[in-house]
Design a protein around this ligand. Structure first.
Ligand SMILES: Nc1ncnc2c1ncn2[C@@H]1O[C@H](COP(=O)(O)OP(=O)(O)OP(=O)(O)O)[C@@H](O)[C@H]1O
Length: 563
């Protein structure tokens, strides 16, 4: 499409591999170096781990998992001298090839120098475990990259995350402490400080209602982390509450940089298929391939409004509906917008009648000082969203009650998102079991409805706790639109955005001209209105992914040059 979005910047053009070379090494050579690979207490057998993860025995996947090892790998971005240094340090050649300079100054840890305690999360390309570092006795999070068939996409996301995280250093950005490899170098683990909460988990806990100063505290930390990322030319591209981790001191850290990208000068084209649907800005829904910090700021605006509202503000079920919800809340783009961003493509969705902006009236119960910031962050034109630095200086953070100190936040019991989901699943299962039991007792036509009651996994949006589920679902959502709740249930979710907040997913909003292939200009939107959410060739489906917003297509390949 080639439209230019966002504002700024004076960034210097740079490639990912190059940037890693600029990382200050000294601060990174922490304990891990001292520890090295010696004296490892074997606490876990690799075979056992496979059983746990898959839930059933699988034939050894050692050969399948192992990276396609080039007999004579020639790492692309590693100078000769550091290549030999890295080989000597014990890094497998395939990892040197992928991560190059980002490994510099580190030595690999052995995964059996950690004791796995529990699985705490699951993402598109990883499983995350709570583990104990047997050298330091500290609790860490191990993000195990799934290398099924050595999928190049998984490896690329992993390499990107490592490269970018080594380039960042801020209290509100999760710190990559090192890397661990398994005995046969077939699995790779990213070692992170362990974070007891994520914001989605906290927000989904019915007993927790954030005060205004707590919302300010979280938002200030989020914007500070984003300010740092943007100052280092990094766009996160998947800001959402489940990617905002919180430690037991109340410190919020932005995590999951698997979709992040260096965005040197906004001249490079990038895929528009990023950011989880409910947090995706209009320009991406319209197929922009050149964009900037505005995309993260939009997501931050959604999170701010969500924390104040107590529920997601625009829970669209597919891209068309998402765009429609945006128009209804934020107004439709002006004629200048279409001209400025050269979105005159006839395939672009453009409402027949313009929508009026209704942020202030929709959120009239919000603290007044929050409204200008929400207005700015949710500006239709990304240039009007300004910067994270501007947001931090907004009236919202200068008006009483001020942001509380993170250490003064209540000490919440562990609320990992995955735990909240387990609790919900259990509650749903018991409802379904009860209904099924009633169904077998009563021989009545109505019972057929009971039998047709969706399986717990099949419909996450039972009346039990729709809003809560919506909040939780932001975490590991990888769903396709057909997994969203039926229209009759949708009226109960999300913030009321106007008269018609019940939208039949199969029905295109009447005032938006639409043809089945025409939501955006990108060629990759051919599978459905929402485009491929997972690798279409892959029939694998993750557990617990129903009824959730679409995640960015980590496995899909966009049409643009820089993913
Ligand atoms: N440092 C950490 N401490 C505690 N939990 C963590 C940590 N890092 C990740 N998690 C948990 O694991 C989950 C998945 O991690 P992450 O989002 O980084 O993986 P991913 O494969 O990139 O996932 P996604 O598909 O959601 O983008 C998170 O939602 C979080 O609950």
């Amino acid at each position: 499409m080639g439209c230019v979005f966002g504002k700024e910047s004076s960034h210097v053009g740079r490639k990912e591999g190059d940037t890693a070379a600029k990382v200050e090494e000294s601060s990174r050579n922490s304990k891990l170096e001292e520890v090295g690979e010696s004296s490892v207490a074997v606490k876990e057998e690799e075979g056992k781990e496979k059983v746990e993860e898959g839930g059933h025995h699988k034939p050894s996947r050692e050969s399948r998992r192992r990276p396609r090892q080039n007999a004579n790998p020639r790492p692309r971005n590693v100078p000769k001298e550091s290549l030999s240094e890295q080989v000597a340090a014990g890094w497998p050649p395939w990892l040197i090839e992928l991560c190059g300079e980002a490994l510099r100054g580190w030595v690999p840890r052995r995964v059996d120098s950690f004791e796995k305690i529990d699985k705490i999360g699951q993402g598109t390309y990883s499983n995350v475990f709570k583990a104990k570092d047997l050298f330091t006795d500290k609790i860490v999070a191990l993000k195990k990259v799934r290398f099924d068939n050595m999928e190049p996409e998984s490896m690329r996301f992993m390499a990107r995350e490592i490269n970018i995280l080594r380039h960042l250093d801020h209290p509100n950005v999760v710190k990559l402490q090192g890397l661990a490899i398994s005995r046969m170098s077939s699995s790779l683990y990213l070692i992170f400080e362990y974070m007891i909460h994520d914001l989605a988990g906290l927000a989904a806990t019915p007993e927790i209602k954030f005060t205004e100063s707590q919302v300010k505290c979280y938002m200030h930390q989020l914007l500070s982390g984003l300010e740092h990322c943007h100052s280092r030319q990094v766009l996160h591209r998947d800001v959402k509450a489940s990617n905002l981790l919180i430690d037991d001191e109340g410190v919020l850290k932005i995590a999951d940089f698997g979709l992040a990208s260096f965005n040197p000068d906004m001249k490079q084209t990038m895929t528009s298929r990023v950011v989880t649907l409910w947090y995706r800005p209009p320009e991406l829904l319209l197929g922009a391939t050149k964009y900037g910090v505005g995309i993260d700021l939009w997501s931050a605006g959604c999170i701010l409004a969500e924390l104040l509202a107590g529920k997601p503000i625009m829970p669209g079920r597919n891209e068309i509906e998402q765009l429609h919800q945006i128009y209804k809340l934020c107004g439709s783009p002006s004629d200048e917008y279409w001209k400025k961003y050269k979105l005159h493509n006839p395939t672009v969705i453009k409402p027949r009648e313009p929508y009026r902006r209704r942020i202030r009236e929709t959120f009239e119960g919000f603290p007044p000082s929050s409204l200008p910031l929400i207005e700015t962050l949710l500006a239709i034109d990304p240039a009007d969203r300004r910067t994270a630095t501007d947001a931090l200086q907004s009236e919202f953070f200068r008006t009483e009650p001020l942001a509380c100190d993170p250490t003064s936040l209540p000490k919440y019991p562990p609320t990992k998102e995955i735990d909240a989901r387990k609790r919900d699943d259990e509650a749903r299962r018991s409802i379904v079991a009860k209904k099924a039991e009633e169904g077998t007792r009563k021989k009545h036509p109505r019972n057929q409805r009971v039998r047709a009651f969706p399986a717990p996994e099949a419909n996450a949006e039972l009346p039990l706790n729709i809003d809560r589920r919506r909040m939780i679902s932001r975490g590991n959502a990888k769903s396709k639109s057909e997994k969203f709740p039926p229209p009759h249930e949708d009226g109960a979710v999300g913030f009321p955005l106007g008269a018609s907040h019940r939208i039949d997913p199969s029905a295109v909003p009447h005032d938006i001209p639409y043809s089945s292939t025409s939501l955006t200009c990108s060629k990759d939107l051919t599978q459905n209105g929402s485009g491929p959410l997972v690798d279409p060739s892959s029939s694998r489906r993750k557990k617990g992914t129903r009824g959730k917003p679409q995640e960015p297509s980590k496995l899909s390949v966009g049409t643009s040059s820089n993913q």
